[in-house]
Design a binder for this molecule. Sequence first.
Ligand code: 0L1
Ligand code: MG
Length: 263
Amino acid sequence: MMKTDTLEQIAYELYLAERDVYEVTKFVEQYPELTVETAYEIQAKLIELKCKHEQTTISGFKLGLTSKAKQQMMGVHEPSYGVLLANMALNVQQPISLKSLIHPKIEPEVAFVFKQDLIGPVVTVAQVLTATEYIAPAMEIIDSRYLNFNFTLPDVIADNSSSSRYIVGSQKYTVSEVDLVNMGCIFSQNDEIIATSTAGSVMGHPARAIAWMANKLIARGQHIRAGDVVLSGALTGSATMRSGDSFSVSFDGMEPLSVQVEL
Ligand code: 0L1
Ligand code: MG
């Protein structure tokens, strides 16, 4: 059992690393007793700190580690989640500045925006779809606070699942307008295709990842609220971002979404 003071200290160190743009070493080395459950407590403390000091509010959630490849890499069988904050959202046309980021990567996602609360513990895929107001193409910028993106599952959970920024396309689609299993996705960097995938690569259906999360959130006194944005998990590997790069994601049946990194 780790002391509350220690959890607060880890949350504060992660908060400072992000604020002052530097890397820290993973905490399991210092605290081998760090568990997934304790890590979610640290994440909650980190979010409290960020909301207070950055005067922002929770805008939704993100799924992480949804692909089999990333799970195998970390030796885990389930995803992680993190909290999205209003000040992480970027406007579609806004060039991305890398100045305040450590070693950012970008990945394509499907965003769900909710019109109803979704409260576990027995949320189904069908209920996720009924509660969804619309879906939209999205990209997530992840930026681990750990040295060289080197962490264990509890470390990454404490670090809010590497969340950093997100961009949601302005075109909205109902869940019946697109095929959330077979919809193809093309991810490009500087007009060259770097990866392709299908929406079903996220646990067979992106809504399955969201149902999984809704059913976990309730144990920690949280739930998806009407108005929340949820990033349902990366469809491909992430790409390292460099100044001047452009990235775009094109899903079958949806308008492409592009972003430009500042020079
Ligand atoms: O959104 C993600 O899949 C990232 C989760 C954390 C793992 C990583 O930083 O690669
Ligand atoms: Mg992601």
